[in-house]
Design a protein around this ligand. Sequence first.
Ligand SMILES: Cc1ncc(COP(=O)(O)O)c(C=O)c1O
Length: 490
Amino acid sequence: MGQYPWHGLLTIENESSIPVSLQIANAIIKEIHTGHMQPGTKLPGVLDAAQIFKVNKKTIEKAYSELSSQQWVNILPKIGTFISDSLPAMKYQSLKNSSQVVISTDPNYSLEEHHIDRFSEITNGNEIIFNDGLPDNRLIDHALINRTYRSILKLKSYRKLLSYTTSLGDEVLREVLAKYLNGTRGIPCRTENIMITRGSQMALYLSMSLLLRKEDVAIVSDPNYFFADETLKYLNADIKKVKVDKNGIVVDEIEALCNKGKVRLVYVTPHHHHPTTVTLSADRRMHLLELAERYRFAIIEDDYDFDFHYKHNPILPLVSVNSNGSVIYIGSFSKTISPSFRIGYMVAPKKIIRQAADLRKIIDFQGDTILERTIAQLIDQGDLQRMVRKSLKEYRKRRDFLCDNLKLELGQFFSFDKPSGGMAIWGKFSNDVCLKNLSSTARENNIVISDGTPYRSDNCLRLGFASLEPAEMTNAVLILKDILLKQVRE
Ligand SMILES: Cc1ncc(COP(=O)(O)O)c(C=O)c1O
């Protein structure tokens, strides 16, 4: 057996989720890749190999059969197992250390620069994310979601769900959602008006792509949701910015722009404006809808956090009183369940939905059908609504707590109005505060806050309260206070 230097080739990990036979097959493939095993080499017989790896002979048979089905080896009955002769020549470059660059940073061809210049939110997992407004995934009933998901895999029809299907999204979720949106938000939609997307972002991209041709005018608020702006920029829209005050986007300014030239779309977040959190007043809502009808532009209504309103019942969306098809309504389960689920939706005239589904096919044939069906079941059984009620109660307490705490500890530096909904507080730091410095020093102390760049606004940023428990918020606020006091002393 000297010719097979296999001793020490592999330490079998019995705890691994990878079956032992596959671990062995993978180790042999690696040896072939590295050139340590040449085409034509005979592998040890099953019994010998079983002895070497200290495993059952059946495990070796499985490993060899796996290698054979991947065409790495040829099994010749009664003769032996040989490394295939027809493998492409492989040149091996050993990785000396993990920082060694294997693939060059730049491609070997020209590439137009496209850079999304956003403050990095990648975290090490130990930080307090005090940024922007995220849901608290500790409040989600994971066990229930897990059970529901598993129950769908046990359905007789589950195999159908594992196949290619429509890019419109799971039919059952679309049906359930039509009823749900009708009952909770007064949206007069049918299944045919709904497309399930991977989060709101996909719906934003698809709807904006369908509407815009190069240099078409798109109106947004100033400041605005960063990723809506980036999508419009990517699509080469002619972006016009309109002020926001305490009653939301200033619709008179939109009218003035309509009088100057053709407007193709207006992107709004009426329920809780992003980033400032203000609600669009009733008279402005009616004015905006009237303008859309008169000037025939599309309104993209992004209702990313409809469920989280603390003063009274949520305000009904624009789309609920619009029957002429001006509004494309976008929602998401990122805030009610989790952003990692990547499930959102778009409600629009059937023609838009059909075209959006076609466009989606270019990058993504369909969504995660089983997850979509899981959500349908959670809604149908009333579980989602129960989870939302629980979170809403907790988030209201957290909002009140953070507002009090900020006034007490950071009153001299940070001014804000208490938000009536959402997951974050929007406020302005005094002019002597350097947000870039505050953000980077906070990060050194494991607190993640924005440096203000996504909002492109006058020393303003959002501080999220929903995902943090009071002790975490107190800790974060005290650390910020400490940094700010040092900053003004210097
Ligand atoms: C204005 C706005 N729209 C949409 C979203 C949600 O995006 P998604 O559903 O793609 O996770 C967010 C998330 O923070 C948001 O702030």
